[in-house]
Ligand binder design. Structure first.
Ligand SMILES: [Zn+2]
Length: 239
């Protein structure tokens, strides 16, 4: 696994600004796993791609994650801490994912590439996802077979697929300090990491802007000195 430097991270952030979430994840994973082809990354099970994103997050920003959640009971906003090591331990406990059999149909767990280009309608998106991860039928009738599934059957398969790859859609236990309500909240590492990367990139650009004004440095000059010396130069410049 490769850790992008500041200059590479800024370029990744700029490339991903207008991309949907799955393509952003692919972009980050391609930069950190340069030995893997795009097709190999698209074929990563969601649990595995989430694990790689957690590992990247640890390399970039450390293990401690601070979340803000809204209590579904009393609507209070609460801050919660999350240790990335707990997520990695859950990935290790999850073990190997496995296929799901429903009647005559067999489905493999969802892969990162399955999430690309889904329609906005949840029902249509779920049906397309199942068609994509349905093992190919000899007669090529996968789409027709999935289209014949009732909504309740699709829910059953979706739940079984979630159980087959538990870290595909991980959740964390939260408890409201105001009303003591406890619940499991979904945790999307891709969205979380992108928000952090976005905040980081905008802060770095503000620092580069300040240093350019103070010392007439180029962006390359400001990034080359590294974060520690950059902070000292910013303090010395009085900006
Ligand atoms: Zn509450």
């Amino acid at each position: 696994m490769v850790t992008p430097d500041e200059s590479e991270l800024l370029a990744l952030w700029e490339c991903g600004l207008d991309l949907p979430a799955p393509q952003r994840a692919l972009l980050l994973l391609a930069a950190t796993c340069p030995q893997a082809s795009v097709d190999e990354l698209k074929a990563l099970r969601l649990g595995r791609s989430n694990e790689l994103l957690v590992r990247l997050r640890v390399r970039l920003f450390g293990t401690r994650m601070n979340l803000i959640a809204t209590c579904p009971q009393c609507s209070a906003q609460l801050e919660a801490g999350l240790d990335a090591n707990d997520l990695l331990a859950a990935s290790a406990r999850a073990g190997e994912d496995h296929a799901v059999v429903h009647g005559s149909l067999t489905f493999r767990p969802l892969a990162l590439g399955d999430l690309i280009g889904l329609p906005g309608d949840p029902g249509q998106a779920q049906r397309l996802l199942l068609a994509r991860c349905r093992d190919s039928a000899p007669d090529g009738g996968a789409d027709a077979d999935v289209a014949a599934l009732a909504a309740s059957e699709m829910e059953t398969v979706a739940r079984a697929l979630a159980a087959a790859d538990p870290q595909a859609d991980p959740s964390i236990e939260l408890k409201c300090s105001g009303c003591a309500h406890a619940w499991n909240a979904a945790f999307d590492i891709g969205a979380f990491l992108w928000r952090e990367l976005d905040a980081w990139a905008r802060r770095i650009l503000r620092e580069v802007h300040a240093l350019a004004r103070a010392y007439a440095w180029s962006e390359r000059d400001a990034l080359a000195v590294g974060p520690t010396r950059r902070q000292i130069y910013l303090q010395l410049s009085g900006i």
